[in-house]
Write a protein that binds this ligand. Structure first.
Ligand code: HEC
Length: 241
């Protein structure tokens, strides 16, 4: 009996994922790519930080991690803070946010851990026109989201063309038709969103980069240890048969 219950509990999460499963595009980001992280950081402070905070992220920590000097960060990426040791807070008050957008604006420090990278990447690329919504846009990944399409100047605007099909078969990928072009081509926008996603993944766990580096040293150490230990083992055992 216990085993049956355990087995059911174990498959439940997979079932839940399979049934409510929205289509997500896979994102192929690289946390070792400093250029990609820098481009993501630029997008983040220019387009997201006006509403969202990242209260666990310090500017100077970010500078070191993504390969910028503090001076570069101060002159290019800091609009809201005074000192580079400050965190990425935001001027907007929570009450105002609720008034403007109907919902509080969540902090994005650990959003990549809460939602997953594929979700974020898909979300940022699935805004479409919807006259019934307050800002004239909706999102197929986050239905009736309170956030406007803040990147419309870059992406342009598009219309959802297979809403009925998506409703009938929940796993269907959305199909869009471009209504107005943005400053970026579709491929450029995808790359930009990959960078922005990579930056949010980095933010969710800044120590990940340090861990990667540490991992290399640990492996090197093990190789060295082997080079010493193996001859020693041979020496110890050579007279015993
Ligand atoms: C004009 C203000 C505004 C800007 C600018 C903005 N957002 Fe939002 N965002 C919101 C609001 C409001 C919500 C909450 C929506 C809701 O709960 O309905 C939200 C929600 C989100 C969510 C979903 C959070 C969740 O609940 O899982 C993500 C992810 C997100 N924003 C990312 C971004 C990114 C990335 C940028 C920069 C490209 C950005 N936002 C810029 C207002 C904004």
């Amino acid at each position: 009996m216990k085993k049956t219950i355990l087995a059911i509990l174990m498959v439940l999460p997979t079932l839940a994922m399979a049934s409510g499963g929205k289509h997500l595009d896979e994102v192929d980001y690289d946390l070792h790519n400093k250029e990609s992280l820098q481009s993501g950081a630029r997008l983040f402070v220019n387009y997201c930080l006006s509403c969202h905070s990242a209260a666990y992220q310090r500017y100077n920590r970010m500078a070191e991690d993504i390969g910028l000097t503090n001076a570069q960060v101060t002159s290019n990426l800091m609009f809201a803070a005074e000192k580079v040791g400050e965190t990425m807070t935001v001027a907007m008050q929570p009450e105002d946010a609720k008034l403007y957008f109907g919902n509080p604006v969540p902090d994005l420090s650990v959003i990549a851990r809460a939602r997953g990278a594929d979700w974020l990447y898909t979300y940022l690329r699935t805004f479409h026109t919807d006259e019934s919504r307050p800002y004239g846009v909706n999102n197929t990944t986050f239905k009736d989201v309170g956030m406007p399409h803040v990147l419309w100047e870059l992406e342009g605007m598009k219309k959802l063309v297979n809403a009925d099909e998506m409703q009938k078969h929940p796993g269907t990928a959305p199909k869009f038709e471009v209504i107005s072009e943005g400053q970026m081509s579709a491929a450029e926008y995808d790359n930009a969103m990959r960078d922005l996603t990579a930056f949010m993944v980095y933010m969710g766990e800044p120590a990940k980069l340090v861990r990667y580096e540490l991992g290399v040293y640990v492996l090197l150490f093990l190789v060295l240890l082997f080079l010493v230990a193996y001859p020693m083992k041979k020496e110890f055992w050579k007279d015993i048969h």
